[in-house]
Ligand binder design. Structure first.
Ligand code: F0G
Length: 455
């Protein structure tokens, strides 16, 4: 059969709630045109994030009933630890309440002021946790990543030459670790090839620098390798994932993505001394080492999710349904980051709304317009989120896992194409008030006055 179907049927449903356009206009005004400030009940289709928004399976819910809530030595921890070790091969597994907790623990031990941490592209919490410890987060994407329209595989790769130059110029002692984000979220959800991972491994191993994976979307990355990298067609996603992990010295992981969990994460290492320091910090703020800020039932959901996410039928459907959205809008003239990534489609809002300068936040303008027009929530990934370091002005449509069906996607396509028809009418925004830190969560915006064209 040619048709790729959702590899599940639905047992429990969550009704959607409609609002009128007038109501959405009022809500937008009250929220200062910041979609993070909307109530979720006022949103029809929520593509703000794929994080923690997955639908869990019957097996996950069943496992949650087996959750052992013992403070110390919980059986759930041992099932979780076994699942993580079996997949990653790492010797020390530290549970955390989500990905950024793992980042905070790792960077507060490894980073000191003056240090540099390279990544293909840092996610915003990764950058913030590095910089909070006085170190500098450096992005080293391959040159192809700067062209959103280039239809090349593995645009998530790191620039290996740039990494070598950086190490030469700054010195090994200033680089406590190198990170690779798979898939590259801030870089358009693009995958990283095994060849790139191996090349980076060679560079870091020669110089004794630990290599870490930011592995949130490891399974989606493994599928792209299977699909697009010669030599991997016949391996299972699990075999490919195991090989990816085997190239690293440790990882941070948000179980809210490729483990179908609503909360959770972990930190792994093969270094026993580091594991001890990390565990001490864990106890200080997250919890005892056999639960790390999670309930036993959460550990169960993660253990099952890590198995399910590697099923080929699931990954084939997942990547195909994201590409379906991407192709249907891109082939009708909406510029997206090409080719479609794993967990999201990124519209190049700077290109689509070329009449709005980047100081007037085209990504934010498009996010507001999509909500106003069709009740869809998305997120700006551009100058609002990253300030001056933003490479592009993007709008991310992140697809929650196993949540929406093809007719929801068709609705999205229709709404986006309608907004694209009227794109010249969309106005930019200016910031009315903003906090110093992570302004995309709480800044208030106001629409810019209409542009006056000379007569
Ligand atoms: N690394 C990457 C690549 C991420 O995408 C995220 C979260 C994190 C780390 C932090 O994990 O949220 O569990 O603390 N990304 C979400 C997103 C929030 O919407 O892309 P967390």
């Amino acid at each position: 059969m040619q048709t790729i179907i959702e590899p599940f049927r639905i047992k429990s449903v969550e009704p959607l709630r409609w609002t009128t356009r007038e109501r959405r206009e009022e809500l937008l005004k009250a929220a200062g045109y910041n979609l993070f400030k909307l109530r979720a009940g006022d949103i029809l289709i929520d593509l703000l994030t794929d994080s923690g928004t997955s639908a869990m399976s019957t097996e996950q819910w069943a496992a949650m009933m087996r959750g052992d809530e013992s403070y110390a030595g919980s059986e759930s921890f041992y099932r979780f630890e076994h699942a993580v070790k079996d997949l990653t091969g790492f010797q020390h597994v530290i549970p955390t309440h989500q990905g950024r907790a793992a980042e905070r623990i790792l960077f507060s031990i490894l980073c000191k002021p003056g240090d540099i941490v390279p990544n293909n592209t840092h996610f915003d919490t990764t950058r913030a946790n590095i910089e909070f410890n006085g170190a500098t987060a450096v992005n080293l994407p391959v040159p192809a990543a700067s062209d959103t329209q280039a239809r090349l595989p593995f645009k998530g790769n790191m620039d290996v030459y740039a990494l070598e130059r950086l190490i030469e110029n700054e010195g090994v002692d200033r680089i406590p670790l190198v990170m690779i984000t798979i898939t590259n979220n801030s870089g358009g959800g693009q995958p990283v090839s095994m060849a790139n991972l191996e090349a980076i491994r060679r560079v870091t191993a020669q110089r004794g620098i630990p290599l870490y994976l930011d592995a949130c979307r490891f399974a989606e990355n493994a599928w792209f390798i299977k699909r697009d990298e010669p030599g991997y067609e016949r391996l299972s996603p699990r075999e490919i994932a195991c090989k990816m992990f085997s190239l690293a010295d440790g990882c941070t992981f948000s179980a809210k993505k490729d483990a179908f969990a609503n909360i959770g994460g972990f930190l792994c290492t093969n270094n026993p001394r580091l594991a001890e320091q990390e565990t001490n910090l864990l106890i200080l703020t997250e919890g005892f080492p056999t639960y790390g800020g999670l309930a036993g039932r959460d550990l169960e959901a993660i253990a099952v999710g890590l198995e399910e996410v590697l099923q080929p039928e699931y990954l084939e459907y997942r990547i195909a349904s994201t590409a379906y959205l991407g192709r249907h809008i891109a082939d009708h003239g909406v510029p997206i980051v090409e080719p479609p990534g794993g967990h999201a489609i990124y519209i190049d809002a700077g290109r689509m709304l070329s009449h709005i300068p980047r100081e007037q936040y085209p990504g934010q303008a498009l996010a507001v317009e999509l909500y106003r027009h069709a009740g869809i929530r998305s997120v700006e990934i551009g100058s609002v989120m990253f300030g001056k370091t933003a490479m592009h002005e993007l709008l991310r449509l992140a697809i929650p896992r196993r949540v929406y069906t093809q007719s929801h996607i068709d609705y999205l396509v229709e709404a986006i194409l309608e907004v694209n028809e009227r794109r010249h009418e969309i106005r930019g925004f200016e910031i009315e008030s903003e906090p110093e830190f992570l302004r995309h969560f709480s800044a208030r915006f106001r629409p810019c006055p209409p542009v006056m064209h000379p007569a």
